[in-house]
Design a protein around this ligand. Sequence first.
Ligand code: ZN
Length: 582
Amino acid sequence: MVNFSDEMVREVLSGTDIVDIISAYLSLKSSGKNFRTLCPFHSEKTPSFMVSREKQIYHCFGCGEGGNALTFLMKYERLSFPEAVRHLADRAGIKLPEKKGGKGGGFPSPRLDLYEVNLLACRFFQEQLQRSPEGEKAREYLKSRGIEEEAWGRFLLGYAPASWDQLVRHLRVEGKPSSLLETAGLILPGRRPGAFLDRFRDRLMIPILDTQERILGFGARAFAEGESKYLNSPTSPIYNKGETLYGLNWAYRRIRDPGQALIVEGYFDLISLHLFGWETAVASSGTSLTSGQARLLRRYTDRAILLFDSDPAGVKASVRSIEVLLEEGFALKVAKLPSGHDPDSLLRREGRGAMEEVLNQSWDWLDFIWGGEKGERLGGDIGEDLHRVKGILPILGKMKDRLASAHYLKRLAEKADLREEVLLKEMKEMGRREILQPSSQPPSPKAYPVEERQALEIALLHPERRDRWAELLDPSQISDPQLQRVFALFFQYGPEREEELRQFLCQEADEEVRNLCTGIWAKGGQEFGEAEVAFADCVRRMKERREKQSKKELRQKIKEAEQAGDSMAALELIKEHPSLKR
Ligand SMILES: [Zn+2]
């Protein structure tokens, strides 16, 4: 395997703009010199994830995560270091040395291989749908649902033939190992050792893509009665149903404009909506929304309309989805379909106008839950009212948006004809019961000695005065070994090599140190009064801390000597250090 030299990595980084890289995944809003967005690495309501074009770094002030374009790709895309370097080099048009003996370069990466094998499978299924004789029933089926040929290509639809091993054989010809196909969830081991069967047989194939247009897995619809109607790819290193939204690859750019997403359940609901022009729709591919899916969507918007079937199962699923979306901080409405319809059937049978009407009449989520599936206030029945209040309070308690929670508490009190204070007390009571369960808080960042951290902050923000800092401070005076090392590097790289220092700290340093440094760079401009006075003050405080520490140790030694009855030794120690007053 080729090892990239530091110079190569530097060349790749200097041909890269971190803002371009990150905005391919997240919608960045300009904020002064920098850009801000919601952090993809922790769940939050207000954006504390910052990207600096000037410094070519990112940093989250919420969870402390920081780094450069390479560390971002490694973390977000779960790429290895060489994969991330290669990805950036490809984008920047920089040629890197090829892997020895490899075809066309590239490092072996199970994830990238899985995308590739899914793409090959997708092409095979498309071919079957478009041309094979067995594909006729799939073609007929799609036409019967009003999905014409031009839409097949747009949604990459395909057909998996009814045979046992056509895909296995096809991909073997392409030179793909069975183990890879198995990991991708395309095939299953057969009875005979070493034999494999196609997982998807006689099904309409619906590829599921990510926002990078890579195929993560498939949804597959059966034609035969008695088969389970939908089958999904199993979880793989690149696919997890609960963290994937079907259609996000088409919708995510559209969502930004109205700033609102439309959430549906099924694959065909999504396809119909997109075909009829509602291109902000995403689908949960199955039942209710998971928090992973809500967090994924939250990267693009904080407003959504839920469009779910009005049958009891649909209502139940939407109530769960409402809870999940509110917990992730969404402002939410619910649109109810006329009974007996799903979005697909409504569009095809009743047309655009009917859907427009449904969406225009969407309900505020509280009215929806309060009204229940009949959509009317069940006034008068106190028992029923209280039951509903008890169902809704925990949702309010978990809402991420405190103001919205207060607003809904007030409205709930009005609906139930109860005093707000009573509800608030009950909600807090419920919250307390939940707090007893362990919560998953991110580990608190390491506490560095304040004066050492401050000195580093001043130094990193004023690299042009490096020589002055070096006069005032010798790195050996720093007690924390990691900060000592950062200072040593800082002095070693001249002011003209600041880029290199940043690269080094992002690539090589311990994660704590990296996050500390990106935090300092991201904050920027922060002044501690006059930098030199402040720096000198830090150095003085370091000295004080050292002296205090050594006195403490000395006192301990004297105490030990006295306890051992060795008063001569104790006196010697005191004589050595006249400043030590007892
Ligand atoms: Zn974060």
